[in-house]
Design a protein around this ligand. Structure first.
Ligand SMILES: C[S@@+](CC[C@H](N)C(=O)[O-])C[C@H]1O[C@@H](n2cnc3c(N)ncnc32)[C@H](O)[C@@H]1O
Length: 182
């Protein structure tokens, strides 16, 4: 049933279709889903998708009611999902310095942070990325996938060394796109 792909997810969906042609992809977890438009798109296209975000302000309300969108920090998925494992975990426009800068600035503006560690944003961003990758590895079925894409003008926060140290196998690793396997 493919409807209009949410803006900014065109490449991500292309990758998912490619993976689907070689492996059974049903259960999907989306980190940093924002409003949840892509999670909804995936469900409309037959996937069993759930989206999480640390910020719930723009969540699609009906999808929250159905339990498809969850206000959760990505590092806490183990606590929340327990033994549940997914075929694919994705992060769209999340693993970049710019994405973390926005997050930090918003929290600072809301008073959730008392200091704005501008000089340390890259450290914060890389730590966030590493935490998400580590937590995700435990929630993936054997032989299944983690995919991340970011915009071409953003600064990536995942490194080859990082993903290999955590224990992923690299299928593809380019500055703006990575496909990993357990
Ligand atoms: C730049 S936005 C991208 C939103 C959407 N994926 C897209 O491509 O349009 C990054 C999102 O990731 C969320 N995020 C970043 N770090 C997170 C974390 N550790 N746990 C949960 N959500 C996180 C932010 O709240 C934000 O909504």
């Amino acid at each position: 049933m493919i409807m209009r792909i949410p803006f900014g997810y065109e490449r991500m969906f292309e990758i998912i279709k490619g993976l689907q042609s070689e492996s059974n992809i049903v259960d999907i977890l989306e980190h940093g889903c924002l409003a949840g438009h892509f999670t909804r798109f995936l469900r409309d296209n037959g996937f069993n998708a759930v989206g999480i975000d640390i910020d719930e302000k723009s969540f699609l309300e009906d999808y929250v009611q159905k339990g498809y969108l969850i206000n959760l920090a990505s590092g806490a998925i183990g606590k929340y999902f327990g033994d549940k494992q997914f075929d694919l975990i994705l992060a769209n426009r999340l693993f970049s310095l710019e994405s973390t800068r926005v997050l930090v600035a918003e929290r600072y503006a809301r008073g959730n942070l008392t200091i704005f560690p501008e000089t340390d944003v890259l450290d914060v961003a890389m730590h966030n990325t590493e935490t998400i990758l580590e937590a995700s590895l435990k929630q993936l079925k054997p032989g299944k996938f983690f995919v991340s894409t970011i915009d071409g003008d953003e600064r990536p926060t995942a490194t080859r060394e990082m993903v290999e140290r955590i224990g992923y196998k690299i299928i593809q690793f380019e500055p703006y796109e990575m496909i990993l396997k357990t």
